[in-house]
Design a protein around this ligand. Structure first.
Ligand code: ADP
Ligand code: MG
Length: 331
């Protein structure tokens, strides 16, 4: 089996001509300037084998996901992706892993016009750390701290899919093949909601991307905004039901997921990379337009309230006990 040297590896898989950056891979630093009137948005996310992904995952998908989770943070700020760096520890420098990894990574990068401008490469347990840089007009970043009593609460796309796939892998449930494939694609190849994030600039009062579970991440908005919220679990359930129906190209026979279980994964499953955001009631039509323009479904699932804390309601507005806990890496 042929292994590569460090510099040969960088040259072959990660060095590409700089486009938007003034200087890319190959020197001691890359050079990147935001356009006049713009701020740089910077975020960093690390993926560790055994913790964030299984050793058996297809490297193409891993390359995609490593960048996708970072682009999701830019989306949550309303930033347009510009560039990223890649710090990579890997046990062996093998073409059969590096080629597909770089392919998956750079395909998503090209899709978003986000160029790889540098990084670091070392031998070690497989660990992928990406830092992304995006830009947005000064002062227009979507923050966690801007939610106001009276605002509507929305979530994009579908939540709970990734957790469903994980549980199928763990063997705790079984679902029809078509539904599993759909959920698995959402776990292994999440779609960062960049276009929606851009469309929500100047419209959303607060936003966060859901990585650790909807309710847990909502808790960050509530805390940083100094407000509370009511969440309509029925609205979340209806999205989940729509998901099951849309995937039911074969009968739902063999399905061992109880609706309550599914709701729990939707509210606290994690790994969703959807956007959770708030916007004034008066902006409902504008939110709908942003959803259309970005071709990203959004569902209104609740309301921001002055009273601190989180209240879960059923379809009749009756209180539902909250037994959901979000993901914590040290929990
Ligand atoms: P230094 O010794 O200055 O840290 P390195 O020898 O680590 O530089 O890297 C050489 C060049 O290759 C630098 O421009 C660095 O940013 C880039 N580089 C290293 N690893 C990667 C990687 N995994 N992806 C992209 N660029 C990389
Ligand atoms: Mg280095």
């Amino acid at each position: 089996m042929k292994t590569l040297g460090e510099f040969e590896l960088i040259e072959r898989y990660f060095k590409r001509p700089a486009r938007r950056a003034a200087l890319g891979v190959g020197d001691d630093c890359a050079l990147l300037a935001p356009a006049p009137g713009m701020q740089l948005a910077v975020s960093c996310d690390m993926l560790v084998e055994g913790r964030h992904f299984l050793s058996t995952v297809d490297p193409v998908l891993l390359g995609h996901k490593a960048l996708a989770v970072n682009l999701s943070d830019l989306a949550a700020c309303g930033a347009k992706p510009l560039a990223f760096t890649l710090a990579l520890a890997l046990p062996r420098a093998e073409a059969k892993w590096l080629e597909p990894f770089a392919r998956g990574l750079l395909a998503l990068a090209d899709e978003h016009g986000c160029e790889l401008i540098g990084g670091d490469t070392t031998q070690g347990p497989l660990n992928i750390c990406i830092t992304v840089f995006g830009e947005l007009p000064t002062g227009q970043a979507l923050l966690r701290s801007g939610a106001t009593a009276g605002d509507d609460l929305y979530v994009s796309g579908n939540v709970g899919d990734a957790r469903l796939a994980l549980e199928v892998f763990r063997g705790t449930v079984s679902v029809p093949g078509a539904l599993f494939e759909l959920a698995r694609a959402r776990m292994e190849q999440p779609t960062p909601r960049v276009a929606l994030g851009l469309a929500l600039r100047g419209l959303a009062t607060a936003a966060i991307d859901i990585s650790d579970g909807l309710l847990g991440d909502l808790g960050h908005i509530l805390k940083q905004s100094g407000v509370g919220a009511s969440v309509d679990t029925e609205a979340v359930v209806s999205r989940v039901a729509a998901r099951a129906a849309s995937a039911a190209v074969e009968p739902l026979a063999g399905m061992t997921v109880a609706p309550a279980q599914w709701l729990a994964w939707a509210l606290a499953g994690g790994d969703d990379y959807e956007l959770l955001f708030t916007a004034p009631r008066a902006q409902r039509a504008a939110v709908l337009a942003a959803s259309k323009a970005s071709q990203t479904p959004v569902t209104r699932i609740g309301r921001i309230e002055a009273e601190p804390g989180l209240r879960l309601l059923d379809g009749q507005g009756q209180s539902v006990p909250n037994r959901y806990t979000s993901f914590d890496h040290f929990g």
